[in-house]
Design a protein around this ligand. Structure first.
Ligand code: 1PX
Length: 215
């Protein structure tokens, strides 16, 4: 059964899920956003156990968001916009230091949001890379331009080490299960603008509400 599931898994479906989180009036649906992350984590897990420390943290954050949705105030967590409004109005966010709300939706989403920027930069490099492009270098560059700014020295070291275990571009494209390298490049070209838009909308919302440095 596992083999069959693995065969069906395609990165295109995952990126489609991300795109579906954007509503007509540019709100971001948390269920779809979280589902997108679930799919990415599944993809990452298929690349090897060396990524499990990353996967563990991501799954924890995905779970926190799913719990908010399932909780008594779940409807307030329908979109990132409604979540920000609700949590700020009710003092549910630690704004300057970690205190009573270490699992606020706002700070948890901010972590995923920063990782989304890494994803955007990494996929853009993959898309424009040549046949002999080195995935580990692309991944490290994308990381250093984004998430690394928010990580401690030890996490940065561990992450850069893990990236070295990434398969080469050809294998990586195969694992995506999208088709030929040309089809992967086309798919990425279609998906990236929407990922960038989701990122941009969240970034502006967080900037407007002074939430970009939540502890
Ligand atoms: C075709 C490309 C698809 C690749 C899919 C890969 C999906 C990766 C999902 C990664 C999600 C990472 C979330 C990290 C959130 C975070 O920054 N957490 C840190 C801060 O949290 P805190 O609660 O303490 O404030 C936390 O310290 C993180 C710990 C784990 C290390 C995170 C390293 C992130 C590197 C992301 C690159 C993944 C590379 C996978 C290779 C495919």
């Amino acid at each position: 059964a596992d083999v069959v599931e693995d065969q069906k898994f395609s990165l295109k479906e995952v990126l489609d899920t991300f795109q579906s989180c954007l509503t007509d009036n540019k709100e971001i649906l948390i269920d779809q956003y979280v589902a997108g992350w679930r799919g990415l984590v599944r993809f990452m897990n298929s690349l090897g156990t060396i990524f499990s420390f990353i996967s563990k943290d991501a799954v924890g954050k995905i779970q926190i968001m799913a719990n908010h949705r399932k909780g008594g105030h779940g409807e307030q967590y329908e979109t990132v916009q409604s979540m920000v409004k609700y949590e700020l109005a009710h003092g549910l966010v630690d704004l300057t230091k970690r205190a009573d709300h270490p699992e606020s939706g706002c700070r948890t989403t901010l972590r995923l949001h920063r990782a989304l920027r890494w994803l955007e930069l990494f996929l853009e490099r993959l898309r424009t890379s040549g046949e002999d492009g080195k995935t580990s270098a692309m991944c490290a560059e994308a990381y250093n331009e984004s998430l690394a700014h928010h990580h401690s020295w030890i996490i940065r070291k561990a992450s850069l080490m893990a990236f070295c275990a990434l398969p080469g571009r050809a294998t990586f494209f195969e694992v995506m299960n999208v088709g030929t390298p040309d089809q992967v490049v086309t798919m990425l070209g279609e998906a990236l603008p929407l990922i960038a838009e989701v990122y941009q909308i969240t970034e502006e919302l967080y900037a407007k509400n002074n939430l970009l440095d939540l502890p």
